[in-house]
Ligand binder design. Structure first.
Ligand code: CKP
Ligand code: MG
Length: 314
């Protein structure tokens, strides 16, 4: 079996029950958030052995995260506990027009932000097949950035493939130039890079999917998939294969957050299943379309049986 590894910060997420400014919301629904844990959930639901490296606080949010993760059959052995830093959380607004919701983070100096390179167990990578990283982990803190770097190096040493979702979060960076330099450094060192078109504009300086892809391919990346939202995705590989895959029609967009993570699950799982690039991009679109139809980040992610039914239908 293929074993999947990821690293990041999981948070309790409070989603507003009603539309309006977060300051005015009285009722929230709690769920789980964190780009990397979202991907781990998707992979575990599809039957992959998934390991998640993280840190939580010695508090109720930490307990909630641990429980939610073990319920998804993700290995929790690499989730450590901080005794003096609290688990981070976030708020998310409720939108009704399909626009991107507002998010507000309460994660500065969080338990996960104290994760460091010494928390990474080398042995995990000896049996690993694939490592997924995102630009959020490297924005959270310098120690988490070092931990991420260490994981990346171990994965490469052990022959694990590496995917990188650029996931730009400007509010977590001191300035745009620092963000671009750091994100691109990690992207260039990865095998598969998954930027959104808006992210590509900032990182590669072009709004043309192919120019964005070429930018990363020229820096040694093997495969680039540019996410085009409802328009689908553009992929290009270093062997010259390229194409655009249309998005899946969605009746009503409820909440766009988490779509990128679901897209990553589709792509990575399909590649580990031995599918061709075009089918991988198609599965990415399919899973992204499921997630935009629910308010949570991972509630829309399918089991293996559900995915098989959906893929037979298209
Ligand atoms: O790029 P996506 O909308 O797929 O990512 C959403 C996640 O980790 C969400 O779970 C949120 O907690 C975050 O990105 C973040 O830290 O912004
Ligand atoms: Mg994203």
């Amino acid at each position: 079996t293929h074993s999947f590894i990821t690293l990041g910060e999981a948070m309790a997420m409070f989603v507003a029950k009603t539309p309006g400014q977060l300051a005015n919301i009285e009722e929230f629904h709690r769920s789980l958030a964190g780009a990397e844990v979202n991907v781990a959930i998707g992979m575990a639901r599809l039957g992959f052995e998934a390991s998640y490296i993280s840190k939580v606080g010695k508090d109720s949010f930490g307990q909630f995260i641990r429980k939610a993760i073990s319920k998804e059959n993700i290995r929790t052995a690499w989730i450590s506990e901080s005794t003096n830093h609290a688990t981070g959380f976030m708020l998310k607004s409720n939108v009704t027009d399909g626009s991107d919701p507002k998010v507000e983070y309460f994660r500065k100096n969080s338990a996960a932000s104290t994760l460091s390179a010494t928390d990474i167990d080398e042995n995990l990578f000896k049996t690993g097949t694939h490592l997924h990283l995102t630009g959020i982990s490297i924005a959270v803190s310098s120690t988490m950035r070092e931990a991420t770097k260490h994981a990346l190096n171990l994965a490469k040493e052990q022959g694990c493939s590496v995917s990188f979702d650029t996931n730009l979060r400007p509010t977590l960076w001191p300035d745009e130039a620092t963000m671009i330099a750091n994100i691109n450094e990690f992207a260039f060192a990865s095998d598969i890079v998954l930027p959104g078109i808006e992210e590509g504009k900032i990182l590669a300086g072009s709004d043309q999917p192919e120019v964005i892809a070429d930018f990363y391919l020229q820096h040694g990346v093997k495969t680039v998939i540019v996410k085009l939202g409802s328009k689908g995705a553009f992929f290009k590989t270093n062997t010259g294969e390229s194409g655009t895959v249309a998005g899946f029609p969605v009746e009503k967009v409820v909440d766009t957050v988490g779509a990128g993570d679901s897209f990553a699950v589709g792509v990575i799982s399909a590649l580990l299943d031995g599918k061709a690039m075009e089918q991988a991009a198609r599965r990415g679109n399919l899973l992204g379309s499921l997630t935009v139809q629910v308010r949570g980040d991972s509630e829309g992610l399918p089991t293996r049986a559900h995915l098989s039914t959906l893929e037979k239908a298209v």
